[in-house]
Ligand binder design. Structure first.
Ligand SMILES: Cc1ncc(C[n+]2csc(CCOP(=O)(O)OP(=O)(O)O)c2C)c(N)n1
Ligand SMILES: [Mg+2]
Length: 647
C-alpha cells in the first residue's frame, strides 16, 4: 500500500517535470500506518466536524497528500487530477492549497508554518471539546514535519506554545531523514531535536520510519500521553530509488526514467504509470471507509444533541442573532456621549460588546494585552486543562500566534483575533499572507500604529507597514479615525467571512469625529466626513489619527476662504472595490492632499497627478508624540499649506 504512494508520487512528478518525489517516498510507510490504522476521517463527508485533522507541514511533499486522498477515495481527487499535478486549474497544486481539494486542511509550503497552524487546530479542538463535550468534539491533530520545518524559527514558537498548553491531542510525525536541499542536514544544523521538544514539555519517541509496527506502536503510545507528542521517524528520502535514495538529489526534481524503472524493480511495483492494482486500491478504499461507522455514530449523537443549533451555527461561522443589535446600540451610545479616546481603547470597548454577543470569539495577544486592549470584560483565560476560556496569552510569539489563528479559523467553530504592535506585523507577516491566500477570517488587532506611539522610538514606530500590508491581496487593512469608525471596522472584519483584516489602532487619544452612526460608513472604504462649505477647492484625504488633523486643516483653510472637504479613508481596499461613480464623487475633481503618518507608497493612486502628500519621509525618532508630529511636519498647518499651494 505504501508503494502505491511511492509510485504515484514518482509518476506525477515525472509527468509534471517538476516537484518533490523524495519526501512522499520516504514517508509513505508512516503515512500508510496513520491513514489505515489511526486517522479518523470520512472521504464521503470531508467536512465532518469531528474528523481528525492532518497537516502536511512539509508541503513540498504534496504528492504524499494527494496520493492519500486519491487512494482513500476522496471523490474530487481523481487519477486525472494526479496526472495534472502542478498544472493550471488542477486540484493538485505544487504545494497543498486550502480550498483546492477536499481533505487539504490548510495551505502549506512555507516551512514550519503548518506545524504552527496545527497548534491552532489543536487548540480549537480542545476549546470546542470543553464547550460542547466529548459527544460532539473529540479528535486528534496529526502533523508531518520535516527537517526544514524544525529548522524554522516558527517551529520553536509553536512547540513551546503547544507544550505550555499541554495539547495532548497533537502528534507530530517528524520525517527525520537528515537531508534537506543543500545536502545533509549536518551542513547547517546539529540540534538535538528530541531534547528540544522534551524541553518544551513534549513526549518524544524515535522509531524506524520504515517499520510499520514500530510506527503504529509509537502512535499508540503518543495517544496515551497528556502532552503533545513528537515521533521522530527515521526515514530514507526517496526510499526505493536505486541511486538517489538518501540523497538531496531526490528532494526536489523528477527522478528520471531510468531511476524510476530501477525503483519500480526494487519495490516490486509492476503496474503501469498512474495505475494501482485492484487489490491494493481495494485495500486503500477499505481504509478510507474505516471511520465511516464512527462518523455515522457521531451524526446520530449530533442529531440528538441539545445544543445542536448552537454547535451548527458556530461551525457554519454564522453571526449570532443579537450581534447587529448590540453593535448598533453601542454605536448609538458613542454618538450620545462621544469619547475622546485612543482607537486601541475604542477597540477594547468594541470587544466588550462583541465578546458578550459572540461566544465563539477567541482572542489573544503576543504579550501585549494591556497595550493592545484585546482582553474583553468577562473573557476567561484558555490554559492547560482549562480550555473553555476564550482568551489566549500567546506569549512573545507573533508568528506562531498568527499561524495558530489561521488554524483556529480553519478548524472552524471559533473566530480568532489577536494583537501585537503594528510594527511587529513583520514578525507575523508570513502567516498574515497565508490568511489572505487561504481566505480565512482572522482579525489582527495592531495597535501603536505610527510615530504617535512616541517615546519607544523608530524601532517601534511603523512607517512602511500600512503600505506593506495594503499590498497583500485579499487583506482588509483598516485604520479607523475614532471610536465610531473603530466599531464599524470591527463589524466589517467580523462580516468578512473569507477575508482577514488588520485593524491599525492608535496608542494616543483622538477626537470623536463622527456625528452620526446610522449606516456603516466605513463599509465603502472612504467617505466624505465633512463636505466643503461651498464648491470644493481642495479635498483632504486622511486615515486614523490624521483625520483629526485634516479636520483642523479644513478649519484653517476656511478662515482663508478656501473651501475644503475631508475624506476619511479607513480602508483602501473597500474603497477600491466601489464603483467608479462613487469613487469620483468622494475624491472630487479638485486637487487632493493626503495626510497619513506613514510613507507615501500607495497613496498616489488616490492623489492623482497634482496631489500632495504629508507624511513620513523615513523612519521616526524617539520623543513625545506631539514633538514628533511637529518635527516631521505632520500638522494641520502643513496640510493647509500644501492645500494652499495647490489651489
Ligand atoms: C520558509 C521556507 N523557506 C524555504 C523553503 C524552500 N524549501 C522547500 S523544501 C526545503 C528543504 C526542506 O528540507 P526537509 O524539510 O528536510 O525536506 P526533505 O528534503 O527531507 O524532503 C526548502 C529549503 C520553503 N519552502 N519555505
Ligand atoms: Mg529532510
Amino acid at each position: 500500500m505504501a508503494n502505491a504512494i511511492r509510485a504515484l508520487s514518482m509518476d506525477a512528478v515525472e509527468a509534471a517535470k517538476s516537484g518533490h518525489p523524495g519526501m512522499p517516498m520516504g514517508m509513505a510507510d508512516v503515512a500508510t500506518v496513520l491513514f489505515t490504522r489511526f486517522l479518523s476521517y470520512d472521504p464521503a463527508d470531508p467536512a465532518w466536524p469531528d474528523r481528525d485533522r492532518f497537516v502536511l507541514s512539509a508541503g513540498h511533499g504534496s504528492m504524499l497528500l494527494y496520493s492519500l486522498l486519491h487512494l482513500t477515495g476522496y471523490a474530487d481527487m481523481t487519477m486525472a487530477e494526479l496526472r495534472r499535478f502542478r498544472q493550471l486549474g488542477s486540484r493538485t497544486a505544487g504545494h497543498p492549497e486550502y480550498g483546492h481539494a477536499a481533505g487539504v486542511e490548510t495551505t502549506t509550503g512555507p516551512l514550519g508554518q503548518g506545524l504552527a497552524t496545527a497548534v491552532g487546530m489543536a487548540i480549537a479542538e480542545r476549546h470546542l471539546n470543553a464547550t460542547f463535550g466529548d459527544g460532539l468534539v473529540d479528535h486528534w491533530t496529526y502533523v508531518v514535519a520535516g527537517d526544514g520545518c524544525l529548522m524554522e524559527g516558527v517551529s520553536h514558537e509553536a512547540i513551546s506554545l503547544a507544550g505550555h498548553l499541554k495539547l495532548g491531542r497533537l502528534i507530530v510525525l517528524f520525517d527525520d531523514n537528515s537531508i534537506s536541499i543543500d545536502g545533509g542536514t549536518a551542513l547547517s544544523v546539529s540540534d538535538d531535536q528530541p531534547a528540544r521538544f522534551r524541553a518544551c514539555g513534549w513526549d518524544v519517541q524515535s522509531v524506524d520510519g520504515h517499520d510499520p509496527e514500530a510506527v503504529a506502536a509509537a502512535i499508540e503510545r503518543a495517544r496515551a500521553t497528556d502532552t503533545p507528542s513528537l515521533i521522530a521517524c527515521r526515514t530514507q528520502i526517496a526510499y526505493g530509488a536505486p541511486t538517489k535514495a538518501g540523497t538531496s538529489g531526490a528532494h526536489g526534481s523528477p527522478l528520471g526514467a531510468a531511476e524510476i524503472a530501477g525503483a519500480r524493480e526494487k519495490l516490486g511495483w509492476t503496474a503501469a504509470p498512474f495505475e494501482v492494482p485492484d487489490d491494493i486500491l481495494a485495500a486503500w478504499r477499505d481504509a478510507g471507509r474505516r471511520a465511516a461507522a464512527r462518523a455515522e455514530a457521531w451524526r446520530r449523537r449530533h442529531a440528538a444533541a441539545a445544543d445542536r443549533a448552537e454547535f451548527d451555527r458556530r461551525i457554519a461561522g454564522d453571526a449570532p442573532a443579537g450581534l447587529a443589535a448590540a453593535l448598533s446600540e453601542y454605536k448609538a451610545a458613542l454618538i450620545a456621549a462621544p469619547p475622546k479616546v485612543a482607537t486601541r481603547q475604542a477597540s477594547g470597548s468594541t470587544l466588550d460588546v462583541l465578546a458578550r454577543a459572540m461566544p465563539e470569539l477567541v482572542g489573544g495577544s503576543a504579550d501585549l494585552t494591556p497595550s493592545n486592549n484585546t482582553k474583553a470584560k468577562g473573557q476567561a483565560v484558555l490554559q492547560a486543562g482549562q480550555y473553555g476560556g476564550t482568551y489566549i496569552h500567546y506569549g512573545v510569539r507573533e508568528h506562531a500566534m498568527a499561524a495558530a489563528m489561521n488554524g483556529l479559523a480553519l478548524h472552524g467553530g471559533v473566530v480568532p483575533y489577536g494583537g501585537t504592535f503594528l510594527v511587529f506585523t513583520d514578525y507575523a507577516r508570513p502567516a498574515i499572507r497565508l490568511s489572505a491566500l487561504m481566505g480565512v477570517r482572522v482579525v489582527y488587532v495592531m495597535t501603536h500604529d505610527s510615530i504617535g506611539l512616541g517615546e519607544d522610538g523608530p524601532t517601534h514606530q511603523p512607517v512602511e507597514h500600512l503600505a506593506a500590508l495594503r499590498s497583500i491581496p485579499n487583506l482588509h487593512v483598516f485604520r479607523p479615525a475614532d471610536a465610531v469608525e473603530t466599531a464599524e471596522c470591527w463589524e466589517l472584519a467580523i462580516a468578512a467571512r473569507s477575508t482577514p483584516s488588520v485593524i491599525a489602532l492608535t496608542r494616543q487619544g483622538v477626537p470623536a469625529l463622527r456625528q452620526e452612526a446610522g449606516a456603516n460608513r466605513s463599509a465603502r472604504g472612504a467617505y466624505v466626513l465633512a463636505e466643503a462649505d461651498g464648491p470644493r477647492r481642495v479635498t483632504l484625504l486622511a486615515t486614523g489619527s490624521e483625520v483629526g488633523l485634516a479636520m483642523e486643516a479644513r478649519r484653517l483653510l476656511a478662515g482663508e476662504g478656501i473651501a475644503a472637504a475631508v475624506v476619511s479613508m479607513p480602508s483602501f481596499e473597500l474603497f477600491a472595490a466601489q464603483d467608479a461613480a462613487y469613487r469620483a464623487e468622494v475624491l472630487g475633481s479638485a486637487p487632493r492632499v493626503a495626510v497619513e503618518a506613514a510613507v507615501r507608497f500607495g497613496w498616489d493612486r488616490w492623489l492623482g497627478e497634482r496631489g500632495a502628500f504629508v507624511g513620513m519621509p523615513g523612519f521616526g525618532a524617539s520623543a513625545p508624540s506631539g514633538d514628533l508630529y511637529r518635527h516631521f511636519g505632520i500638522t494641520a498647518e502643513a496640510v493647509a499649506a500644501a492645500a494652499r499651494d495647490l489651489v
